[in-house]
Design a protein around this ligand. Sequence first.
Ligand SMILES: NC(=O)c1ccc[n+]([C@@H]2O[C@H](COP(=O)([O-])OP(=O)(O)OC[C@H]3O[C@@H](n4cnc5c(N)ncnc54)[C@H](OP(=O)(O)O)[C@@H]3O)[C@@H](O)[C@H]2O)c1
Length: 285
Amino acid sequence: MNAQILDGKAYAQERKQKLMEEIHSLKSLTHEVPRIFSIVTGDDPASYSYATSQQKTAESVGIHYELKIFDLHSSQKDVLKLIHELNGYNDVHGIIVNKPLPANMDFKTIINAITPLKDIEGMNVLNFGRLLLGEEGIFPCTPSAALELLKSSGIGLKGKKALVIGRSEIVGKPMALLLLKEDMTVTVCHSKTIDLPSMTRQADVVIAAIGKPELVKGDWIKEGAVVIDVGINQVNGKLVGDVDFMSVRPKASYITPVPGGVGPVTAVMLMSNALKAFKIQRSII
Ligand SMILES: NC(=O)c1ccc[n+]([C@@H]2O[C@H](COP(=O)([O-])OP(=O)(O)OC[C@H]3O[C@@H](n4cnc5c(N)ncnc54)[C@H](OP(=O)(O)O)[C@@H]3O)[C@@H](O)[C@H]2O)c1
């Protein structure tokens, strides 16, 4: 067997086209488009470059995007003041807080200051709670992207065994909850898990969100399993995932590449969340 590639770039393109069409038709109905506000704090270049790419994606689907930069002299109070103002504006539908934040700011305090309906990163404690309760809400973009790519394989998920490697708040934990919502039988592994390969060998679906280059090997994978690689690691100037693609591909039925897998879909999921937030705020859903 040689796994079919789940092409994130192509999927993201299709998803963007659909978003664009929906935003266009909603504009005819409401005379409005979703408007989102992105906050960059400090001087980390990664944060700026993430914001630039968000802006490109937003504008390509017709979402109005504004950026506010707080320099290193700004305080958490300044950021919170802006968030409180944006929470009150009826024509701002989504707020993003780019990471990393400078040492004088606390991500959780800031993200929880955003009104849950405008928390388009799905990181607010209320949205997390909704996910935990199996309710509808706005959920984190990376695990949502991994789930969409997994579903695009067409394999039925109900009742199958999913194994998530990683338990971070941004990927692993929400990933496990999203899979549970799909009626999968979910196991979560982490750095203290004993004998990880014996766990992965039992899984129909393996989601790797570890941050360890090419850790998951071919002989860890059950014949025909679907392997979703969330990892993004720089090795000698090259991007690689958490899965050893060359040894895993011959064992799996479907696999995501790195780059070109979960990453491009994640960027689109943020815009999909922005549209969802807009529709909820305008009582369209
Ligand atoms: N594609 C995207 O859009 C996207 C977005 C976000 C992140 N990522 C990538 O996804 C990966 C994970 O990100 P993250 O933010 O979740 O990372 P993180 O916060 O560092 O969490 C890593 C998780 O992996 C576990 N882990 C570490 N070493 C392990 C090992 N040897 N065996 C089993 N589990 C192990 C850790 O366990 P403990 O909890 O026990 O420490 C932790 O739960 C990274 O490569 C990151 O760059 C991609």
